[in-house]
Ligand binder design. Structure first.
Ligand code: ZN
Length: 498
């Protein structure tokens, strides 16, 4: 092995350990930590982040990375590690260390400020913190931006390399042109699907047990992963042998936990299937946020909401809840879990309206960062767009602008990845259907052909190959949102007999 790369790995071991410690604190904060822990935890995260910064941006690291940048004796994985570290370092180096630390502490504290503001429906109390976050984000993007790049493009690039405002503008325009009219047609026939059988009481303990079964059924390995409970379901991981997902249960809406656990398992399986030689390196996770989301959405929607998937599984759900479901047919159940209805909450949105929630956030972020939208005016902008695109209007900020955690974490530019993920999923799913009998596998009750295919084509590469390359390798073409539009149009035309 290249001796300089070997030395680099000693540094990486340290940065990865620090990163894991921070992730573990985050996980703990979301799941088990008592409320009073927040302030001190924020300080500790600040200190760990400062150490992480020093470990990433130091003289020796810089020398090693410069020497390895064009080294020819590196494997594909090693070259990817060097490329990723160089990118991270270049980005970090441009930010003054005191500002980085200040921002890390702000980030750690601001989520609890947001959580309280949301709980009390008090946007005013969140305004000063959010203003600071926006200021920091704009300033950092200003330090880092390349010539000709807008501030928001710089932020977008952090989450989805190469997906600029230009690409996203045309993607969202296509959605607006095709999906908004489709949704109008669907809305006219919405009375034809009655979900009241799913609004009975479903014992939480039984829901938990069934969701555990489902996670395992779709391929989540409990020897390398855990399932816990949190306010909002999410996935995090320390490495590919320690992947953590959470779920949330509602007594009168069992489908909520069911699809959340399939979704998070999709994320989890991706992490677990990353090749061992990439573990605990900077490319040991997924390729990008959007590619990650494609794996969760593919599992949740294309697989998990299909009738073929439920053929072998639905009898088990009926056994778990005989009183509630014995009289409900499989086909009626499948219609219910695919009902599309405009609503206010992104995380509760169905497959058809979901991307419109993201489009609204994209337009708002764009105006907030590159335009002249002020933080104080966010609630009004939010309401106006919800009315325009989805025909619904929030009654308060809790179900409006305060609903998502992202901005409080300093994640601006993240939302578009959710919509891109759906579109990537459709493109990948289309390619998968050309190569294997997906429905046949689902009906047989053995998902291995599907998960093996995903492992082979996507998961094992971790962050070694970029999203754009993966898409090209899988489908033979660049990102093409047409697959997503076609998929939604076909599916909802059938369900609603349009
Ligand atoms: Zn997700």
């Amino acid at each position: 092995m290249n001796p300089k790369y070997e030395e680099l790995m000693e540094h990486v071991e340290k940065t990865e350990a620090l990163k894991a410690a921070i992730v573990l604190f985050d996980w703990d904060t979301e799941t088990l930590a008592p409320p009073q822990a927040a302030e001190l935890t924020a300080r500790m995260i600040g200190s760990l982040s400062a150490q992480y910064f020093d470990a990433t941006v130091n003289g020796r690291m810089r020398e090693l990375l410069a020497a390895l940048k064009d080294a020819e004796d590196l494997s594909e994985a090693q070259a990817a590690v060097v490329r990723k570290l160089n990118k991270d370092r270049e980005n970090m180096e441009k930010i003054p260390p005191e500002e980085y630390r200040e921002f890390s502490e702000l980030q750690a504290r601001s989520t609890s400020v947001w959580a309280r503001a949301k709980q009390n429906d008090d946007f005013e109390s969140f305004v000063p913190v959010l203003k600071k976050i926006v200021d920091f984000s704009r300033r950092f993007a200003g330090y880092r931006r390349k010539e000709g790049q807008s501030l928001y493009d710089t932020m977008l690039d952090d989450y989805e390399e190469g997906f600029t405002k230009e690409v996203l503008d045309s993607f969202f325009l296509l959605l607006k042109e095709k999906i908004v009219p489709l949704l109008k047609k669907v809305a006219q026939k919405n009375d034809t699907i009655d979900v009241s059988p799913l609004r009975q009481s479903f014992d939480i303990g039984r829901q938990e047990a069934f969701c555990r079964f489902l996670a395992g059924y779709v391929g989540f390995d409990f020897e390398r992963g855990v399932l816990a409970e949190s306010e909002h379901p999410f996935t995090t991981n320390l490495h590919n042998h320690d992947v953590r997902i959470t779920n949330h249960y509602y007594e009168n809406a069992p489908e909520n936990a069911i699809f959340s656990v399939i979704h998070e398992s999709g994320h989890g399986i991706y992490e677990m299937n990353v090749s061992d030689d990439l573990t605990q390196t900077p490319v040991g996770g997924g390729a990008s946020c959007g590619m990650h989301e494609s794996q969760s959405r593919l599992m949740e929607n294309m697989i998990g909401r299909s009738q073929a998937f439920w053929e072998p599984v639905y009898p088990k759900l009926q056994e778990t809840f005989p009183e509630q479901l014995a009289g409900l047919s499989l086909s009626d159940f499948c219609k219910m879990i695919n009902k599309a209805q405009p609503g206010l909450i992104r995380t509760e949105a169905d497959e058809l309206t979901y991307c419109l929630h993201v489009m609204i956030r994209y337009e708002i972020e764009k105006d907030l960062i590159d335009g002249d939208l002020r933080v104080e005016d966010l609630p009004a902008a939010w309401s106006q767009k919800y009315e325009e695109y989805l025909g619904v209007k929030p009654q308060n900020d809790r179900e409006g602008v305060l609903q998502d955690i992202h901005w409080s974490q300093g994640s601006i530019g993240y939302f578009p990845s959710y919509a891109l993920g759906n579109a990537f999923a459709a493109q990948i799913y289309h390619a998968m259907e050309q190569e294997i009998d997906v429905d046949g596998a689902l009906r047989s009750g053995d998902l291995t052909p599907v998960t093996d295919w995903l492992k082979e084509k996507v998961h094992r590469f971790g962050g070694m190959r970029r999203t754009k390359q993966l898409l090209r390798d899988i489908s033979g073409e660049d990102f093409n949102p047409r697959y997503y539009i076609d998929y939604l149009t076909k599916k909802f035309t059938e369900i609603y007999e349009l």
